[in-house]
Design a binder for this molecule. Structure first.
Ligand code: NAD
Length: 437
């Protein structure tokens, strides 16, 4: 089947490459000429494990192409995906749908023959109706259906998530479109992925409900971690103790510096706004967003407390900048708030991240970037682990201690064991576990 993918970012590029790998013919479109030129040179504009190889293979085999010419890609396609960004609208937190609406107008103008237009971007309930209205208004003669097919992949594990999803959700209002979508995803049933066909509004809401629930789970365990610190309990043991209950599950129960990234913060906010508009407020999610917002700066204060109450004039080493490992994505990364809190308190920051330093330069100012974790620690008053990249999990502790001016480690991801750190002579502060001072 021929597919047009409008928007070639994290979701569009991964989805496009995976569909091509399943044998479909995919044309990825982006309005950013630099991105398309890079892709046509064989360069991948983002860091996502395995993506470069997958793209190269499918380009070589002739199933994956890149263009800035939306109309050609749309005219040839049986299904056109909208995978453009839906950031928070400045000022009010509603989802900014201007990219989606613009894409709908451009797609409408290019439609030829029966086409299913699929919203893969995360969009508020009712956006499918609006996309349909825009297309109908632009092209009253067009033969099309608008379907919602939210994407659940995680950056850092995006290819595996796309190819072996827990479920595929398709929100369609007519049988012909649902049939085409089922055919499109047929290669994935071989992997036993359940395909759920719902109404379009249900599918749209399902995505927000999923992200809000996951954000709630994280925030819940983060608050339990705070309590653990006060009462002398260990949050990792609590998480295991509750997570092994199948009704709860062990995933998303890792206490840390608060959730970030390109999805949870904006999607929780957008859900809150939608719910308020419909007078069915989601108070739990409102609280989750507020608690999480405050947590990130609180992590900066935790570092200051570990340093004895002041960091003025000191260098603080920060390991890990991206919002999670195995991505270069800095959107809403907790590191940003942690670093700004420390800078506000007069600290100098030296940071290291295996993939995120280029993106970090665009959002952080007055940060010195290091060559590796030991270079980062050089002469620093404390080392803070913000993102749990694998390469930080087995650092040479003797070398680290020798590099630091003071042997203080604040581990916001609990990747070291308090006993080991004590044995190696560190003052060690982690999340929801006993302090070693
Ligand atoms: P992104 O910013 O990485 O990519 C969006 C791309 O769309 C950009 O390259 C932009 O240039 C392009 N674009 C915008 N308007 C266009 C137009 N009219 N024509 C052609 N190209 C256009 O965004 P992303 O992270 O891939 O997210 C896309 C959507 O998927 C969002 O709604 C997001 O919430 C959702 N989503 C993201 C993830 C994730 O992990 N990143 C996971 C699930 C869902």
């Amino acid at each position: 089947m021929r597919i047009g993918m409008v928007g070639s970012g994290y979701v569009g590029l991964v989805s496009g490459a995976c569909f091509a790998d399943f044998g479909h013919e995919v044309c990825c479109v982006d309005k950013d000429p630099a991105k398309i030129a890079a892709l046509n040179r064989g360069e991948i504009p983002i860091f996502e494990p395995g993506l470069a190889e997958l793209v190269a293979k499918n380009v070589r085999e002739g199933r994956l192409t890149f263009t800035t010419d939306l109309s050609g890609a749309v005219a040839a396609a049986a299904a056109v995906f909208i995978a453009v960004g839906t950031p928070s609208r400045r000022g009010d937190g509603h989802a900014d749908l201007s990219f989606v609406h613009q894409a709908a107008r451009e797609i409408a103008a290019a439609l030829a023959g029966y086409t299913v237009v699929v919203t893969k971007s995360t969009v508020p309930v009712g956006t499918g109706d609006e996309v349909e209205r825009i297309i109908r208004e632009t092209r009253p003669d067009a033969d099309f259906a608008v379907v919602s097919n939210p994407e659940f992949l995680r950056e850092g594990a995006a290819i595996a998530d796309f190819k072996r999803p827990d479920r595929i959700v398709i929100g369609a209002e007519d049988a012909r479109a649902a049939q085409l979508m089922t055919e499109l995803y047929r290669p994935l049933y071989l992997n036993q992925a359940p395909l759920i066909v719902t109404s379009r509004r249900t599918a749209e809401l399902t995505k927000y409900a999923a992200n809000a629930f996951l954000a709630t789970k994280i925030t819940f365990i983060n608050e339990i971690a705070n309590l653990c610190e006060q009462v002398g309990a260990n949050v990792q043991d609590v998480a295991r103790g509750i997570g092994l209950d199948n009704r709860i599950g062990t995933k998303f129960l890792h206490a840390g510096p608060g959730y970030g990234g390109s999805c949870f913060p904006k999607d929780t906010l957008a859900l809150i706004k939608t719910a308020q508009d419909y007078e069915a407020p989601v108070r739990i999610v409102e609280t989750v967003a507020a608690v999480n917002d405050q947590r990130k700066r609180a992590m900066g204060r935790k570092v200051i407390a570990a340093c004895g109450g002041t960091v003025r004039g000191e260098t603080i080493a920060v390991l890990g900048l991206t919002f999670k490992p195995n991505t270069d994505d800095m959107r809403e990364a907790p590191s940003i708030d942690v670093i700004r809190t420390l800078q506000d308190a007069g600290a100098r920051i030296r940071a290291y991240d295996p993939e995120g330093m280029a993106a970090a330069r665009a959002v952080l100012s007055e940060v010195e970037y290091a060559r590796d974790p030991y270079d980062c620690a050089r002469g620093a008053a404390a080392l803070v682990i913000v993102t749990e990249w694998d390469m930080f999990r087995a650092l040479d502790l003797a070398r680290l201690k020798a590099a630091l001016a003071r042997p203080i480690v604040v581990d916001l991801r609990n990747i070291y064991r308090p006993d080991d750190m004590k044995r190696n002579g560190f003052a060690y502060v982690s999340i929801g576990r006993p302090k070693i001072l």
